[in-house]
Write a new protein. Structure first.
Length: 300
C-alpha cells in the first residue's frame, strides 16, 4: 500500500476535522491516481469511506444535540432514493465520463469553500419548512452522491438551513447524518457492478478518521479563512488536473463511438442541470448567500 496514499488519506481527514467538509471530494482522485483503482471501483470505495468518516462526525454532533433526526430522515429518504439510482446508473456511464463529472463537482466545491459562510442577520425570522423543496434537493444531492461518490455537504447544509429552518450548527450535524444515509444507499447501488477492496477501504478510512482528530485541534489554532481559501485553490487545481487529463481521452473515445455515447452525454447533462438547480438553494432572497458552509463546518 503506497505510503503517499496513506499520508494523503490523513490530509483528507484533516480537512474534514478542520472545515467539517470538503475532504471527501479528494477521495476519488486519490483512489484513482495514487492507489490505481478503476473509476467505478474508486467511486464505490469512496462511498464506503465517506460513510464511515461521516458516521464518526454525525455521532459526535448527535451527542452534542446538534442532529435533527426528523429533518434528516425527511431529507435523507429522498437522498437515499437518488443515491441508489445514481449508484445503479453509474454502471451504464463510461468511467472517464464519471471522472469528468466528478471534476465539475470539485470545481463547485472549491467555489463554495472560497466564498465561505456569511451569517444571516440575527433579526431575520426562521424560514418556514418547505417539504417539497427538501425532497427535490435531497433527491438531486443523493443522485450526485451515488453517481460520483461525493458527499455533497456543501449543498446539504444550506438546504437544511434554508428549507428546513435549522440553525447552522444543527444543519452541519444533520448534514453528516444525511450523508451517512446517502453513502449507504449509493454503495448498495454500486455493488452490482463494482468490487471493493475492504482492506484498502479500511486503511484509508482509518487514516481519514485519525486525520479528522488532528484537524479538530488545528481548528482552534489556525486562521480558518486563510486555510479555507488555500484548500479551495488546491481543490480547484485538482479539478483542473482531472479535466485536462481525462477530457482528451474521453473525447477521443467519443469520436469513434458517438451514437453509443450520445445517451450518456444526455444523461450527464441532465445530472449537471440538476446539480446547478440544487446549488441555487445556497442563495437566499435577492440572490444573496443565506449561510455558506466550510467556515464552521459543513458536512462532507
Amino acid at each position: 500500500m503506497p505510503p503517499l496514499g496513506l499520508a494523503l488519506s490523513v490530509l483528507i481527514g484533516v480537512s474534514l476535522g478542520f472545515f467539517g467538509g470538503g475532504g471527501s471530494i479528494l477521495t476519488v482522485p486519490l483512489l484513482v491516481y495514487v492507489f490505481g483503482l478503476e473509476p467505478k471501483q474508486a467511486i464505490a470505495s469512496s462511498l464506503l469511506i465517506v460513510g464511515i468518516a461521516s458516521l464518526t462526525g454525525a455521532f459526535q454532533h448527535w451527542r452534542a444535540g446538534r442532529v435533527d433526526l426528523r429533518a434528516g430522515l425527511f431529507f435523507g429518504s429522498a437522498g437515499m432514493a437518488g443515491a441508489y439510482f445514481g449508484g445503479r446508473a453509474a454502471a451504464f456511464v463510461d468511467g472517464t465520463l464519471l471522472l469528468l463529472l466528478f471534476a465539475c463537482m470539485m470545481a463547485l466545491t472549491s467555489l463554495a469553500m472560497w466564498r465561505g459562510r456569511r451569517v444571516a442577520p440575527a433579526a431575520a425570522a426562521a424560514p418556514e419548512p418547505a417539504p417539497a423543496r427538501l425532497v427535490a434537493q435531497g433527491f438531486a444531492v443523493g443522485l450526485f452522491t451515488g453517481l460520483i461518490g461525493a458527499g455533497g455537504g456543501f449543498l446539504i447544509v444550506p438546504a437544511l438551513a434554508l428549507w428546513a429552518g435549522l440553525p447552522m450548527l444543527a444543519a452541519v450535524g444533520t448534514s453528516l447524518f444525511v450523508i451517512v444515509l446517502n453513502s449507504a444507499a449509493g454503495f448498495l447501488g454500486t455493488l452490482s457492478h463494482a468490487r471493493v477492496d475492504v482492506n484498502l477501504v479500511g486503511a484509508v478510512a482509518a487514516a481519514a478518521v485519525a486525520g479528522s482528530l488532528v484537524g479538530t485541534r488545528l481548528a482552534r489554532r489556525v486562521d480558518p479563512a486563510s486555510l479555507r481559501r488555500a484548500f479551495a485553490l488546491f481543490v480547484l487545481g485538482m479539478a483542473a488536473l482531472v479535466l485536462v487529463r481525462e477530457a482528451r481521452v474521453w473525447l477521443e473515445t467519443v469520436r469513434g463511438a458517438l451514437p453509443a455515447s450520445l445517451p450518456q452525454m444526455v444523461f450527464v447533462l441532465v445530472v449537471l442541470a440538476a446539480g446547478v438547480a440544487a446549488g441555487r438553494v445556497s442563495r437566499g432572497p435577492g440572490g444573496d448567500p443565506l449561510e455558506r458552509p466550510f467556515e464552521q463546518g459543513a458536512g462532507i
